[in-house]
Ligand binder design. Structure first.
Ligand code: PGA
Length: 249
């Protein structure tokens, strides 16, 4: 375990070990906080963590019971896919985690992508603000340094907003769709403010293709071309990775 600025790095070549450590951090929040507000990420990276959370919760009635009290907020959702589409993040969350746990559907928030999207964005931020802020935010990182769908740009956006997806992100996510044309062009994403207001951030970055993004994001400079670099300003970030990061320690 290495400390650089306020960032805690946990480096291990075995992603099962990293998922176990991450699950332990989530369980601590679940046990310590009466009504824990947890920010969830999607994508391929957190699938192992979610499996670990499900397995260990189902093996421990006291942990399982705690999920009734969880308030879940998702980082983002594609615009243009119905909730029941196999690639919607709504579907992903129920498929990978929520269906196995006694969460209360009325405590689960995923950006709504039908109706007036601007109103949906404001409602999302207001709802989160009513709960305070995330006790824990789980994050992945894009190869291009995005967090949520806050894509590299000249300016980043503070609040939840509708965003075009970059070509890089559409290409990266094309593996989940039959054709590139089916990859949505837009999404609703929590903004940089919503992410950075979380009390604690857990960033998972697995695989060699994430190494460059990590190096750029945590090398000590901050810029909108690498949204994850703003995490360096946060007081409580834990990064779990299987990549050798000695270049920046
Ligand atoms: P991935 O996506 O886990 O599918 O690599 C992470 C991200 O884009 O944030």
């Amino acid at each position: 375990m290495v400390k650089k600025q306020a960032i805690q790095w946990i480096v291990n070549q075995d992603t099962d070990v990293l998922n176990g450590i991450a699950a332990g951090i989530v369980f601590r929040v679940l046990v310590d906080i009466l009504h824990p507000v947890i920010g969830f990420a999607t994508g391929s990276t957190p699938v192992g963590l979610y499996q670990d959370l499900v397995q260990n919760s189902r093996a421990n009635p006291k942990l399982l019971e705690r999920w009734q009290h969880v308030i879940g907020f998702n980082l983002d959702e594609y615009v243009g896919l119905p909730e029941n589409h196999p690639q919607s993040y709504h579907h992903y969350m129920w498929e990978n985690i929520y269906q196995f746990l006694p969460v209360l559907p009325q405590h689960i928030y995923i950006p709504k992508v039908t109706g007036d999207l601007e109103v949906n964005c404001r409602t999302y931020d207001d709802t989160l603000a009513n709960y305070g802020r995330q006790d824990l935010q789980i994050l992945g990182i894009g190869k291009n340094g995005h967090i949520g769908f806050n894509e590299p740009a000249g300016n980043l956006v503070l609040n939840t907003h509708v965003t075009p997806l970059s070509e890089a992100t559409r290409r990266a996510n094309a593996r989940f769709f039959d054709t590139m044309d089916e990859v949505p062009m837009r999404a609703i994403t929590m903004g940089m403010g919503g992410i950075l207001r979380a009390k604690r951030i857990l960033l998972l970055a697995f695989g060699n293709e994430k190494r460059e993004a990590l190096l750029q994001a945590f090398s000590g400079t901050i810029g909108t071309e690498c949204p994850a670099s703003f995490l360096q300003l946060h007081a409580n970030v834990t990064i779990l990775t299987d990549q050798d990061m000695t270049a920046i320690f």
